[in-house]
Ligand binder design. Sequence first.
Ligand code: NAP
Length: 257
Amino acid sequence: MDLGIAGKAAFVAASTGGLGLAVARALAAEGARVAITGRRRELAEQVAASLPGAVAIAVDLHEPDAVGEAVGQAEAELGPIDIAVLNGPGPRPGAAASLSAEDLAGAFDLLVRPHHALVSRVLPGMRQRRWGRILAVGSSGIVAPLPNLAMSNTGRAALAGYLKTLAAEVALDAVTVNLLLPGRIATDRVAELDAAAAKRRGISLDEVQLESRKTIPARRYGAPEEFGAAAAFLCSAPASYITGVALRCDGGLIRSL
Ligand SMILES: NC(=O)c1ccc[n+]([C@@H]2O[C@H](COP(=O)([O-])OP(=O)(O)OC[C@H]3O[C@@H](n4cnc5c(N)ncnc54)[C@H](OP(=O)(O)O)[C@@H]3O)[C@@H](O)[C@H]2O)c1
């Protein structure tokens, strides 16, 4: 299938590694020109050099005004952004019962504000040109809140509510707004979380991973490429009638319909 995005300009937040990198690679493989972003400048440059038409932008997306400036740099090199992928680091674990007002504000600062800033910056142009794709990397915790991840469950649910509302408002302008929800995709972050769980519980990494795989009907973690492929489709031309959805990429982990 031709995804119809050759030559489109894509801004992929937090794409020097993990899921963001997988999405950037999948978009570039379809001919999109991608802005690779992250705090590690050298890595961003290495990744961009490996993808045709890509550019590197070193940025800490949580610094004030950083998102707007980074999009400005990307547009100077690539032209107006057609595809925006909202992605970034996850918050620290913690129970809902001990969530402080500061934690709550922190979750919002991490999981809503930078994504809102990116949407606000690129949406007017997309609406004017009557073509746009906004895709957020979420989490299965939006559908089934994950134990001990209160900040993540709360902040991501807020983001999902904002994006679902937005999807209906901009559908007439041919801009789609969707979420892609990873279950357990094998990235550095997941490896770190597993290693931390093994240490905390005094068991081996293998045992932690075996337990985790048992909860997934596919009995394995997803590959970043599998996540990237789903993302590229949601950002594609043929996906023009899919908006306001939260698609799971989780090997069947979430059991509800
Ligand atoms: N992997 C999964 O299965 C899974 C499941 C559920 C939810 N998620 C969520 O999906 C998101 C991505 O996860 P991942 O597994 O890809 O994580 P990862 O492997 O740790 O990658 C994180 C990326 O974010 C960038 N980054 C971190 N802080 C940044 C900042 N302040 N400004 C700009 N870039 C920043 C990192 O690059 P630099 O270091 O260069 O900045 C890196 O490219 C996270 O929110 C995670 O919680 C992942």
